[in-house]
Design a protein. Structure first.
Length: 480
RNA sequence: GGCCCCAUCGUCUAGUGGCUAGGACACCAGGUUCUCAUCCUGGCAACCGCGGUUCGAUUCCGCGUGGGGUCACCA
């Protein structure tokens, strides 16, 4: 039996700050699965917590998804039949649904103050009992409760969780998960400000928007039984659940957290990671294609990805591997692409007219685009030299001779090409019988101020005749 | 702590009731080379433990251990 139900997946971020890389990775999976099945991927904004809203966060959320090269079929700016796609614009729906549950006696009004709830929980904790709502307001009769509501008393609506029942659901990666309803708190559905809580809003929207598969972080597993209870209360069919393992900190300890490094999807881009590399990295964390490839395009991924094959194990976010992968993507860019990508990372004093000369020299040395400044600054900023370093492998007389002869040879060069520069320097080295390692390294230090640099002749060429002359002269003075 | 989830090299993974347990990152060594990087060669390195089931378990089951998640009028 096959039911050809349309595959509809969704991502439902809340506009409370930067999008987490874990969310972006989850989004990718939802996106890919929908695309693979010619279904729809929906973006829904979950802005039900008015206290935590951050201004501008909603548009940034949309922007960062686009910056990663992804998109949605329905959602803000992409109208479908199921809108609106912003929860704050759907409040009446949730109100109505909550009311339905009250009428069916599956939910109840609660008038307890936050202070009281805190005290109850404290007492429970002191007794080493699990903290849970003590159902104080459940004892109110319907009439009493309604009277208070009519009198304008502040209230929340809570789900009446049945006692001692098995609540079951199936997770595609883990099989059946069973929790006793005694473990579940009488969940708040409508807050005292009239907004729904996450649980009510999500269940309602996922149902109304006909979401078929929910792929989301594993940290939600323990809240799924609450959802199942809600689905039951409404008489709705739950979707397929696929809980995706969380990312662990690079040190392997705990869920990836801000305290231990970058977690913002935006920040990784700002640090010079390419979105394609990020996506590719997300793909192979916890999943592998049938063959042994690790470099995959989005198209290939969409073709081959199957949620069933995701590993159920939490994975360490291995920055070393991400850097390696980013390096590959940078090296695979053609020159004009690289030139474009690198623009935002060029320091203000970078000589743009020399970009074509300099960029090829560092392309295969870049792991992240933001390294460009560090790798190129000697081309356009003054360098520090110490005579001791220049004299490390030869005495003063030899070094002065080397500097002197190199300077005049390069000065008289009319054809400033890599080939000519190489010829001049190699000739000098051979005819004077200088030690090649010493001579080249000394020149490298004089030209770049460091022991590590791109190839010498290309570097001299890119630096230009004038600056080369200045640096040689300066070194001569320093040593003399 | 209660509840839930997970377990192959340090990390990400492939894989099978019988294999020299494969690949990638990292690391180490060598080659190329004016240094570094790239590139090429090679090396180190794993089935968490104990019980079952079985002729045979890394693979199936149980227990233990370890790791992770979660316990709000936040999502």
């Amino acid at each position: 039996m096959t039911i050809n139900k349309t595959i509809r997946t969704r991502m439902a971020p809340s506009p409370t700050g930067d999008m987490h890389v874990g969310s972006m990775a989850t989004l990718l999976k939802n996106y890919a699965f929908a695309k693979k099945n010619n279904g729809q991927f929906i973006l829904r904004i979950e802005d039900t917590d008015q206290n935590r809203l951050i201004k501008g966060s909603k548009s940034e959320l949309k922007q960062v998804i686009h910056d990663y090269g992804l998109d949605w079929d329905e959602g803000p700016d992409r109208d479908g039949k199921y809108g609106p796609y912003v929860q704050s614009q759907r409040l009446e729906i949730y109100q109505k649904k909550a009311k339905e549950l009250i009428d069916k006696d599956l939910a109840y009004y609660c008038f307890c103050s936050k202070d009281r709830l805190v005290k109850v929980r404290e007492a429970q904790r002191a007794e080493k009992k699990p903290p849970r709502y003590d159902r104080h307001c459940l004892s109110l009769s319907k009439e009493e409760a309604q009277k208070k509501v009519d009198a304008g008393k502040k209230y929340v609506i809570r789900l009446k969780v049945p006692a001692n029942q098995e609540v079951k659901f199936t997770d595609l990666l883990r099989g059946e998960i069973i929790v006793n309803s005694n473990e579940i708190d009488d969940q708040v559905l409508i807050k005292s400000d009239g907004y729904p809580t996450y649980h009510l809003a999500v269940v309602t929207d996922d149902h109304l928007m006909e979401i078929s598969h929910i792929m989301r972080g594993e940290e939600w597993i323990s809240s799924t039984p609450k959802r199942i209870l809600l689905y039951k209360a409404f008489g709705w069919q739950p979707p397929v659940y696929i809980h995706i393992p969380v990312f662990l900190n690079p040190d392997g300890k705990g869920k990836m957290s801000k305290r231990k490094g970058t977690v913002s999807a935006r920040l990784f881009l700002d640090q010079g990671y390419l979105p394609e590399a990020m996506l590719n990295f997300f793909m192979i964390l916890g999943w592998a294609p049938k063959d042994q490839r690790e470099i995959l395009t989005l198209e290939e991924y969409i073709k081959e990805f199957n949620p069933k094959d995701i590993s159920a194990k939490s994975v360490v976010f291995d920055l070393d591997k991400l850097k390696w992968m980013n390096g590959i993507y940078i090296r695979n860019l053609d020159f004009s692409q690289l030139k474009q990508r690198v623009q935002p990372f060029l320091p203000t004093d970078f000589p743009t007219e020399k970009l074509d000369l300099i960029l090829p020299l560092i392309k295969e040395r870049l792991e992240t685009l933001d390294q460009i400044e560090q790798l190129t600054e000697f081309f356009y900023r003054d360098i520090e030299l110490e005579s001791a370093k220049l004299l490390k492998k030869a005495n003063q007389k030899i070094v002065l001779d080397e500097l002197n002869k190199t300077q005049s040879a390069l000065d008289s060069l009319t054809d400033w090409s890599i080939e000519s520069i190489e010829q001049v320097i190699r000739n000098l080295q051979e005819s004077n019988d200088w030690k090649r390692g010493q001579y080249f390294m000394m020149l490298r230090l004089v030209i770049t101020g460091r022991k590590i640099s791109p190839p010498l002749f290309e570097t001299i060429h890119a630096l230009g005749q004038k600056l080369t002359r200045e640096r040689l002269a300066k070194a001569y003075q320093l040593v003399a």
